[in-house]
Write a protein that binds this ligand. Sequence first.
Ligand SMILES: [Zn+2]
Length: 389
Amino acid sequence: VEGTRLARTEFPAKATHAQTRAHNAALVLRALYDLGPISRADIARLTGLTRTSVGELVSDLEDEGLAIDVGRGPSTGGKQPTLVALNAGARTVITLDLGERTFTAALANLRGEIATRTSRDLDGRDGEQAIGVVHELIDEVRAAATSPILGIGVGTPGIVDQSGTIRWAVSLDWQDLPLARILQQRHELPTVVANDSRAAAFATYLFSGDERPANLVVIKVGRGIGAGLVLRDQLFGGDGEAAGEIGHVVIDPDGDACHCGRYGCLETVASAPAILRHTGATSLEALAEAAAAGDAEALGSVRAAGRALGGAIAHLVGVLDVRHITLVGTVTTLGEPWLDAVRDEATRRSLAATGRETTIVDGGTGEDVTLLGACALLLTRELGLTVHR
Ligand SMILES: [Zn+2]
């Protein structure tokens, strides 16, 4: 058991007498999760709990199926200790990515490994009908689960408050929709609902390995544009849980009408539908191919979309001084010319000192990143676990 890894996971201090057995059980579970397979003696040493209580708590977790004995570890003088590990398949999380055109549901284990997956095209359904699609998908994947369900994690477009109420999701025509409460009641499971860009940011943060930066921004660029912010190792929501809603910041007052009711929002220039509308291309792939083949007009449009996004990033960097920026979503299909334009414009419009230090990376279409983030948010809330990759 290495001390460095413990420091990185910010292992909590020993529970005080006022804290409950549940808290101690969570400590032991986290030790198994972060450091297992591990001996009971090491758990005791790392948590500060007595060996007797660790023994009892581990045996409770074994009764619940969450922990399993996995053989013997090396002896440190006496007899070889039995090692205990988390049983990642002991619980299942239902995780959903509510895209603006397609909803996807999947099952994940306690390590965030995704198994069963199913999608439905909305075909224009919104409002109540779109909620119906969510229920259908949950029922469908739930039927395939092979272990007890821990809960439901949902990533959705729009502004979502702490209680899991969607304040406003324009494209789905959802306003003040208490989605977490609705799903909790209908499916009788604990539920977390979060903005999709924020879920993506959380997953990107968790899965960035040993180089995990304390601050990062993930910008999802697809049908909509939104940023998820991790600041000082925490998801940042802002005063109204709308932090990172950069898609509806007006960048051209004389621009096109936006579905939010204003003109010239970033989304009217740099989102996937806007790019296709402006170029007449049938798909982003076709546009990327045309640009790569030397079609000057196609290349110009790709670069213009990239520059608009780069300008917005320059503002973010100017305010937050965050150096790690990851772009995910379908628009990343446009590849190098687009990414170069994003970077050039972000640098050109930033103070030399901050612009130089900023790294903007292509995180790909990010098909799973919202699912993983929603799953991780649920695990963090229900079990106090921080998913590692
Ligand atoms: Zn708008």
